[in-house]
Write a protein that binds this ligand. Structure first.
Ligand SMILES: *[C@@H]1O[C@H](CO)[C@@H](O)[C@H](O)[C@H]1NC(C)=O
Ligand SMILES: *[C@@H]1O[C@H](CO)[C@@H](O)[C@H](O)[C@H]1NC(C)=O
Ligand SMILES: *[C@@H]1O[C@H](CO)[C@@H](O)[C@H](O)[C@H]1NC(C)=O
Ligand SMILES: *[C@@H]1O[C@H](CO)[C@@H](O)[C@H](O)[C@H]1NC(C)=O
Ligand SMILES: *[C@@H]1O[C@H](CO)[C@@H](O)[C@H](O)[C@H]1NC(C)=O
Length: 600
């Protein structure tokens, strides 16, 4: 400003005054049109027609009293206790997923002063990640209760102790356990010890859930006299999103990661591509996204993926990127071909499930490039998902290379070629876990024809045939752990391929395939799947939550048959916590049931 001469200053003054006036007028107009049309119509009506009644109208307040370890609703007389406070102090504290061991020495709580929270953790390679995680902790308290402290509260000192301050990648054998104690003397002392960053991060989530917003005092409260020892039952706890049938912006995917972090889920599996679209820009084969994306704004750039990877990692979540092949291909691929040598066959007859052409060897080179790019992007080659979903052997039957070979055998041979290319792309070494969707191929005797002992993501088929051959599994059983079912066919004329009925949260919760099928040592864990034919950005979150949370408790601590009162109360509290962080969740029942615990 100082360098401007007077004339231009004056012009600036005048123009900014004009702009200000225009702005204020616009605001007023907006306000009037809004209040006139929407919010105050009802208020005006009530005030005009029932002035005596409406002017001192107030909705009755209720209080909750703990009776026989249940919160019971009463009209407020003298003392007032909020529902959240009652739920925290009366029965099992509302922690989700339920910790493996929890000991409460007393049931007391204190108001905390959120401006007086201090962390103490040592220097070390994961220091920045811990800094990120503690920043997130403070931010989430801010979303529970925005604004300044008005009632005095207690100071909170959090000591984080890691026995291994080096681990900065999440692998299946990463020790995710933690121990947490919250004790009160003059101030509140929190001791959080863990093997590494990932365990400590889980501990911070749990600590976060010991803190809640008490609307009666309008402050945050913490439960103390608590000792928790906690660890996951399974190392692989995933959520899959199909970003091909419909596209989801990265911002929205980040919100899914936020929720996963809260629920201690640790793998975000992106089914990136399918026959209908190819949104991921792969540096070595850019044509696929150039011709296969739905539109210029509907792509994931390599930078998007790298950012998402970092974002997820400090939230304890790793990424698994899947480009499905050799079926479920079409978009993008068909533009790679020159002349008669097709890349995709059967795509004309079945737009939703084209297949790679086994007669064209160039296809394999493209696959190798794709694998190389994906490995590069994920920066962690322990897990690799080949796809291999729903191959239609009829499609391959008439190809030259399939000539006279039993089709499933041919398929096994082709899969071996794909695996070979994966090995090339990974510096001549196979990733430790090559994952594929279950299919008729993942059964004896075709299994044995594969060059590698694959890990099977079991969505359909008999687990025992997979397990008895010593293959590892990730459970994603349709009818139990599918998030997309229950919306009917998307065209009345459609038959088959419809996944119905809707799977309610308690079906997710009750499913324990490892009990039914045994071989627990071969179970890496489970994953809930959201295929997106009938899900768009507007409904993504409510399809995922709170059902994925129900799954999360099953796969984290797998509590034995619990008390309904406890499960419902904790799940509702967890849903409210998701909402407090801006994540949309589906209602699980009428609000009356939440306000009258144990009565539904
Ligand atoms: C902070 O942590 C270090 C290392 O664990 C410990 O020696 C020190 O006593 C702690 N300081 C406080 C104030 O708790
Ligand atoms: C919060 O406190 C700060 C510093 O005391 C003050 O400037 C600010 O106006 C306060 N905000 C509210 C919403 O009270
Ligand atoms: C994980 O770490 C904790 C704490 O350091 C340790 O007690 C436990 O034995 C470890 N678990 C495994 C399986 O190594
Ligand atoms: C972690 O913190 C560092 C330093 O404050 C910051 O630059 C970085 O963006 C953060 N990372 C994430 C993923 O939030
Ligand atoms: C398999 O492919 C053939 C040939 O393209 C097609 O006629 C058939 O409908 C497909 N089957 C399924 C189950 O999609």
């Amino acid at each position: 400003m100082s360098k401007l001469n007077n004339r231009s200053k004056k012009i600036l003054d005048i123009s900014s005054t004009i702009m200000l006036v225009v702005f204020v007028v616009c605001c007023l107009l907006l306000m009037f049109s809004y209040t006139d049309n929407v919010s105050s119509t009802r208020t005006k009506y009530l005030r005009t027609n029932f002035p005596n009644f409406y002017n001192d109208f107030e909705v009755q307040r209720y209080t909750w009293k703990c009776e026989n370890q249940k919160c019971v609703k009463y009209l407020v007389e003298d003392e007032e206790t909020s529902l959240a406070t009652c739920n925290m102090l009366c029965s099992e504290p509302a922690i989700w997923p339920k910790p493996v061991h929890i000991k409460l020495t007393n049931r007391e709580s204190s108001i905390i002063d959120k401006t007086k929270i201090s962390f103490n953790f040592s220097q070390g390679p994961v220091k920045i990640m811990l800094q990120n995680a503690t920043d997130l902790f403070i931010k989430s308290l801010e979303s529970l209760k925005p604004g300044n402290q008005s009632t005095p509260g207690i100071k909170l000192s959090i000591n984080i102790i890691l026995s291994d301050p080096n681990t900065n990648k999440l692998k299946l054998n990463t020790n995710e356990s933690y121990e947490l104690t919250v004790l009160k003397s003059d101030s509140l002392a929190v001791r959080l010890s863990a093997a590494n960053f990932f365990g400590a991060r889980h501990g911070l989530e749990t600590l976060n859930q010991l803190i809640w917003f008490d609307e009666v005092v309008n402050e945050l409260r913490i439960l103390h006299g608590v000792e928790i020892r906690d660890y996951p039952k399974f190392p692989y706890r995933g959520v899959m999103i199909d970003t091909a049938r419909n596209f989801f912006p990265v911002d929205l995917i980040r919100k899914v990661v936020d929720g996963m972090a809260m629920a201690k889920l640790n793998v975000l599996h992106l089914h990136l591509t399918d026959a209908v679209s190819f949104p991921i820009v792969l540096p070595k084969v850019q044509e696929l996204a150039r011709f296969g994306a739905y539109g210029p704004d509907m792509i994931y750039t390599p930078q998007d993926i790298r950012d998402l990877l970092q974002y997820s990692l400090v939230r304890g979540v790793r990424l698994l990127l899947e480009v499905d092949a050799p079926s479920h291909v079409n978009a993008g691929w068909s533009f790679l071909q020159e002349g008669a040598n097709k890349f995709v066959i059967c795509g004309e007859s079945d737009i939703f499930n084209g297949h790679l052409n086994p007669d064209n060897d160039e296809v394999l080179q493209v696959l190798e490039d794709i694998y190389s790019d994906l490995l590069d992007l994920t920066d962690n080659n322990e897990l690799f998902h080949l796809g291999s979903d729903e191959v239609n052997l009829t499609c391959w039957q008439d190809t030259k290379s399939a000539n006279k070979i039993a089709m499933k055998l041919f398929w096994a041979q082709y899969t071996n070629k794909m695996i070979d290319r994966l090995k090339n792309a990974n510096n001549n070494e196979l990733p430790e876990h090559v994952i594929m969707w279950s299919s008729p191929l993942t059964e004896s005797p075709y299994f044995e024809k594969l060059d590698v002992k694959v890990t099977v993501q079991l969505w359909l088929g008999d687990p025992s045939s997979v397990l008895s051959h010593g293959h590892r599994v990730i459970y994603s059983t349709v009818g139990h752990w599918y998030l997309d079912c229950g919306f009917g066919p998307w065209k009345p004329s459609m038959h088959g391929g419809v996944c119905d009925p809707y799977t309610p949260w308690h079906t997710f919760y009750d499913y324990r395939p490892w009990v039914q099928h045994g071989h627990q040592e071969l179970v890496l864990g489970g994953e809930v799947c959201l295929w997106s034919e009938q899900v768009g950005p507007d409904s993504l979150e409510t399809r995922i939550w709170p059902r994925s949370a129900a799954f999360a408790e099953r796969i984290w601590s797998d509590p034995s048959a619990g008390d309904d009162y406890d499960i419902y109360t904790r799940l509702v509290s967890f849903s409210d916590r998701l909402k407090s962080r801006g994540i949309r969740t589906a209602a699980i029942w009428p609000l009356w049931c939440s306000q009258n615990p144990g009565k539904c």
